[in-house]
Design a protein around this ligand. Structure first.
Ligand SMILES: Nc1ncnc2c1ncn2[C@@H]1O[C@H](COP(=O)(O)OP(=O)(O)OP(=O)(O)O)[C@@H](O)[C@H]1O
Length: 305
């Protein structure tokens, strides 16, 4: 897998504020990575470092093998960026806006109509002034702008804010397609639930530091949080042996029995529970969500001396 972005020991200070502290991070070709963290955690600063808009106070940033702040313009042409709040010139139409950005980026606009279609901006809207656009339409125009020049690295800051559920799905389909074509996609977001099944890797930052970096499975392994097992018994009178196991079951008001089971005991317990399938009417297993993991890593970080 080819590395497209590599950040090594990077820090960025603004006076006394250390917006990014000694962060090392690698992004690869064809990878979708979520960058998550609270407000002020340093996400935008990291993105600005990758874009070469700012330089690190310490450390090194390389994008497609070059320093984005000083490197070749050709590298910046292969970088796409969607800022958190997209602001366009309200009097320009969608088509004019895209043409403007294409000129800035010095890329061919020939595929412009295609781009509108790809991001789901209706043909009838393309020649209307941007001031008549809804927030979701502006967001899609922003995405079309970010896709100009077939970027190899796409940095998207809160890309789904303002999109309704159907547009979100469309957006993630597009991300999947880009990833298949080898693009690196970095999504900075607060929307943890929707990121869960859609990213290859999750990077958590807080107070400018990176505190976790891995696949969801990696993070689950490190966090070692319990798995929730929920069962419903087939009949009132059934009292299987595993109820006596040293797992603490709680009875929910709807009659479901729930237990939080340590990762290393989960499989043995499930084996036991399912030994007599006729005893159960339903069984559900819930792994820790990205929300749970995020809370875990933040709490662990706060507890550090
Ligand atoms: N130009 C700047 N001058 C001074 N301080 C800054 C500057 N840019 C960022 N900071 C500070 O650096 C820290 C990190 O900010 P950053 O914008 O990177 O966070 P973020 O994770 O993107 O937050 P959000 O989710 O709110 O966008 C914050 O404390 C912020 O106030």
């Amino acid at each position: 897998m080819m590395t497209t972005v590599s950040i090594t020991g990077a820090s960025k200070r603004y006076g006394k504020v250390e917006a990014v502290k000694d962060v090392s991070l690698t992004l690869n070709e064809g990878e979708v990575v979520a960058l998550v963290g609270h407000n002020g955690a340093g996400k935008t600063t990291l993105i600005k470092l990758m874009l070469g808009l700012i330089r690190p106070s310490e450390g090194r940033v390389r994008v497609l093998g070059e320093d984005p702040a000083t490197g070749d313009f050709a590298v910046r042409q292969r970088l796409g960026y969607l800022p958190e709040s997209v602001s366009f010139h309200m009097a320009l139409t969608g088509r004019e806006t895209l043409a403007f950005y294409a000129r800035l980026k010095r890329v061919d606009i020939a595929g412009g109509a295609d781009l509108f279609e790809r991001v789901g901006l209706a043909a009838e809207a393309v020649d209307r002034p941007v001031r008549t656009y809804s927030k979701g339409m502006r967001q899609r125009l922003g995405l079309a702008q970010a896709l100009l020049g077939h970027p190899r690295v796409l940095l998207l800051d809160e890309p789904t804010s303002g999109l309704d559920p159907a547009l979100r799905r469309h957006f993630y389909d597009l991300v999947t397609e880009l990833r298949a074509g080898g693009t690196t996609v970095l999504l900075s977001s607060h929307a943890l639930t929707e990121l869960e099944d859609r990213t290859d890797r999750v990077v958590i930052v807080t107070g400018g530091s990176k505190i976790a970096d891995g696949t969801l499975a990696d993070l689950r392994g490190i966090a070692n949080l319990p798995t929730r097992v929920s069962v419903r018994l087939a009949g009132e009178g059934v009292a299987p042996d595993w109820r006596q196991d040293n797992v603490r079951w709680k009875l929910a008001p709807d009659g479901t029995m729930e237990a939080d089971v340590a990762a290393d005991r989960k499989i043995a317990l499930l084996h036991e529970i399912t030994a007599d399938p006729s005893a159960l009417s339903s069984l559900a297993i819930t792994e820790p969500t990205l929300d749970d993991l995020y809370a875990h890593f933040l709490t662990r970080e706060l507890a550090r001396p």
